[in-house]
Design a protein around this ligand. Structure first.
Ligand SMILES: Nc1ncnc2c1ncn2[C@@H]1O[C@H](COP(=O)(O)OP(=O)(O)OP(=O)(O)O)[C@@H](O)[C@H]1O
Ligand SMILES: [Mg+2]
Length: 270
């Protein structure tokens, strides 16, 4: 595949990015447009390390979203391949500071009230359980800790996992809409990415539009559950969850629900 195969809009974006940064003459001198994509990426990685991420992202976005007619599962496989090939996303996309990633299965203190949640999360991370997992429960019972443990476990095994709080996930889509960017692209990638964790569902105040975006993502992930894996944590009880989302996460053929009834770990005696 060559640069020209990316199509006009993506080529223009890439060209514009580099020309804005390094001037037109520079761009023309590089001869990047005549290279194959992998040569181009190699060249940029070698010479302009800080541009590599953005370039790879542009290309992968195109590869992933440019194939609108393809079967859904193929597209999701494409994302995984493209991400691997171009090393475009960090293996885990976290919106927490890295030190928070110190939450692991190993340092989660197991006790009878959380055993089921631990087992279900380990199975989800190993893809040996149902493809969807909902951890529900009051504050401080370890839902986020377990979700981050799952992400870390997947990454340690060489996989990719996106971990997003509901609020950040929605913010990125809202910002894209506001800036006239391709919001559909964001929605699509959250709908198809092989492993997605949405932390704290129901915590953000959502507009109707954003609520329906979230519905759309969960619905897509439920439809294709098995090919793709989804984990959700929430403070909400069954009846407080938005009905369309609840109905999918409660589908016992595809999803496991664990309600954790433990004490708030934040309030324990030290
Ligand atoms: N069983 C446990 N072993 C070790 N640490 C725990 C355990 N349960 C909770 N913690 C710690 O307690 C704190 C709160 O846990 P966590 O953030 O996972 O709660 P949560 O269920 O996500 O709460 P919230 O609903 O408020 O988001 C974290 O620092 C977490 O690491
Ligand atoms: Mg939490």
């Amino acid at each position: 595949m060559t640069f020209s195969a990316l199509g006009d809009d993506t080529r223009l974006l890439i060209r514009r990015y580099f020309i804005a940064k390094y001037q037109k003459e520079w761009w023309e001198k590089q001869g990047y447009e005549k290279m194959s994509l992998s040569q181009l990426l190699d060249a940029v990685r070698e010479q302009h390390e800080d541009d590599y991420g953005i370039l790879a992202k542009l290309i992968v976005t195109k590869l992933v979203h440019g194939n609108g007619d393809e079967a859904y599962s193929e597209r999701s496989a494409n994302i995984a391949t493209a991400e691997r090939e171009f090393n475009v996303t960090p293996p885990v996309e976290l919106d927490e500071p890295m030190e928070f990633f110190g939450n692991t299965f190993a340092n989660f203190v197991s006790h009878p009230k959380v055993t089921e949640a631990v087992n279900a999360t380990v199975m989800w991370a190993n893809q040996t359980g149902p493809p969807m997992l909902l951890l529900a429960g009051p504050p401080g019972v370890g839902k986020t800790h377990l979700a981050l443990s799952a992400a870390k476990h997947i990454v340690d095994a060489g996989g990719n996992c996106i971990f997003k709080r509901e609020s950040t996930l929605i913010d990125s889509i809202r910002t894209a809409m506001k800036d006239g960017l391709n919001a559909e692209g964001f929605i699509d990638s959250y709908s198809t990415t092989p492993r997605l964790i949405i932390d704290d569902l129901g915590a953000a105040a959502l507009t109707e539009t954003m609520r329906s975006v979230l519905d759309q993502i969960i619905d897509a992930r439920w439809q294709h559950a098995g090919g793709i894996y989804t984990m959700v944590t929430t403070n909400l009880t069954g009846s407080q969850l938005p009905p369309r989302i609840a109905s999918r996460l409660n589908d016992a053929t595809k999803s496991k629900v664990v309600r954790i009834a433990a004490e708030d770990y934040r309030k324990r005696e030290r």
